[in-house]
Design a protein around this ligand. Structure first.
Ligand SMILES: C[S@@+](CC[C@H](N)C(=O)[O-])C[C@H]1O[C@@H](n2cnc3c(N)ncnc32)[C@H](O)[C@@H]1O
Length: 246
């Protein structure tokens, strides 16, 4: 019997209608993360985005909200937090109210993220050396992210497909998550993610066609490596929820 029509189809290993949570909790793909994976992106955040936000949309409120969507075991969210802290400190923004939110579909990954203790891999080592002031020894368990960073992070189990309106974010990073979904469906997911970014805020989503983002009226970020796009300052865009079935 033919399977019922689904709004989305998963990666080639998965059949239509497969249980997303079981897949991401059971498959070792979810461990494919690291601290500061894309160094140019973090430098853009510190040196370009934060100064622009401080002079522009966030100036009056002195608040910054950052979201790592599909943060896996938390290393990406902590990297964003360390860069945000550094960017603010270097621009006289030490007193600002800032928060990073890390979300992932996988409960075990979010449990690791909340613990914030990591065995540092060879891929992580250079970055960890450069941001050493934000780590503390956890003895033979490795390194723990320092409390002054952890105090600004919250982690949640959340499916990016289950759209929920919430507080707009200034910066969104969704790296290597939408690739699990059928290409046409990726656009729907990305549009919904971007709708959570405040107009004039910034996002980094991979993989994505830059030409398509430009056609959606988003902009390249001047003076940056190109890792981030800026959301159109028009608040428009499509609204409404995702539906899993048709
Ligand atoms: C390859 S990891 C990428 C981790 C991190 N973003 C990075 O770039 O280092 C992909 C992550 O996406 C998560 N994921 C996949 N589909 C998701 C969904 N619908 N909602 C939330 N997280 C999802 C998986 O659980 C996994 O942790």
């Amino acid at each position: 019997m033919a399977a019922a029509a689904e709004t989305h189809v998963y990666d080639a290993n998965l059949h239509s209608g497969a249980d997303l949570q079981a897949f991401f909790e059971g498959d070792n793909l979810v461990t494919a993360t690291r601290f500061f994976r894309n160094r140019a992106m973090y430098l853009d955040l510190e040196q370009v985005l934060i100064p622009m936000l401080m002079q522009g949309p966030a100036r009056a409120s002195r608040r910054l909200r950052v979201w790592s969507a599909g943060c896996s075991d938390g290393r990406e969210a902590y990297s964003l937090a360390m860069s945000t802290h550094r960017g603010l400190s270097r621009n006289n923004g030490s007193g600002w109210d800032w928060q990073v939110r890390g979300s992932d579909l996988s409960r075990p990954q979010i449990a690791k993220a909340r613990a914030g203790v990591y065995v540092v891999t060879e891929h992580d080592q250079d970055a960890v050396d450069d941001y050493g002031e934000y780590f503390e020894s956890a003895g033979n368990k490795g390194l723990q992210v320092a409390e002054r960073i952890r105090a600004h992070i919250q982690f949640e189990v959340e499916d990016i497909i289950a759209y929920q309106p919430g507080e707009p974010v200034d910066i969104l990073v969704c790296s290597l998550v939408v690739l699990y979904y059928e290409q046409e469906y990726q656009k729907e997911i990305i549009r919904k993610l971007i709708s959570r970014v405040r107009p004039g805020g910034f996002f980094h989503v991979t993989p994505v066609s830059k030409r398509w983002l430009l056609s959606e009226d988003h902009h390249r970020t001047a003076g940056s490596s190109g890792a981030f796009f800026q959301r159109s300052s028009q608040a428009g865009g499509q609204d409404g929820g995702f539906s899993r079935n048709g």
